[in-house]
Write a protein that binds this ligand. Structure first.
Ligand SMILES: [Fe+2]
Length: 215
């Protein structure tokens, strides 16, 4: 198996000076992100080193390959979710413009209705909420996840990620998650989310979606 070692991303310095989400919270949170990067690399090494004995002992109740494959998805989720999350924080809040705003209004009725749905989904989630472009349905939807790797929805590309694990807000808000979500909205960088949306709706056929300027 090919090992694709990844490096942690560097985020905008503004994430350390946000309104209502403290520098301490962000610093601690970034340590968790680094941990997901490290574990993703480590698990890949272990998958590459699987022996014929490991393959022959594959088992759905417990086996080495089951453990590695399951936790690889958790680690990868931890990497991608946090890269979306920190990637669109450090902004001025407000609301989107242009095609993204139009799509939100089409799919939710209004920006306020979208925010209401996102916030309530965030209160109901045990881990994450993603606003994602469902390319099969051609709409935006707020999906709920209870962990880094639940519940993936096929054909849905996330453009916004809201971390609702306690580590994202407990230092600042205790158990008051609703106030954290309000602060999250106030620090969103809608320019980045708009770019995420434009990338999500673009039909790329060359396989280099993140860097593609051709398709
Ligand atoms: Fe997190």
């Amino acid at each position: 198996m090919q090992v694709n070692k990844i490096q942690p991303k560097t985020f905008n310095e503004k994430i350390f000076q946000m309104k209502g989400i403290s520098k301490k919270t962000v610093e601690e949170h970034l340590k968790l992100y680094q941990g997901y990067v490290n574990k993703y690399n480590e698990i890949q090494e272990k998958l590459a080193a699987l022996t014929d004995d490991d393959f022959s002992k594959a088992n759905q109740v417990y086996s080495h390959i089951r453990e590695l494959k399951t936790e690889l998805s958790f680690a990868w989720g931890g990497v991608v979710n946090h890269e979306i999350y920190f990637g669109h924080l450090g902004g001025e809040g407000g609301q989107p413009t242009g095609e993204l705003l139009k799509q939100i209004e089409k799919d939710f009725g209004s920006f306020e209705a979208y925010k209401k749905d996102l916030k309530a989904t965030g209160i109901a989630a045990r881990g994450w909420v993603w606003t994602a472009w469902n390319e099969k349905e051609g709409r935006l939807f707020n999906y709920l996840g209870d962990a880094q790797n639940t519940f993936p929805v096929w054909y849905a590309k996330p453009i916004l990620a809201l971390d609702t694990y306690e580590h994202a807000y407990f230092i600042d808000y205790g158990v008051n998650r609703a106030s954290y979500i309000d602060a999250f909205f106030e620090n969103l960088d809608w320019k980045t989310i708009k770019e995420n949306f434009e990338n999500a709706i673009r039909k790329c056929t060359c396989g280099q979606e993140e860097s593609c300027d051709e398709c």
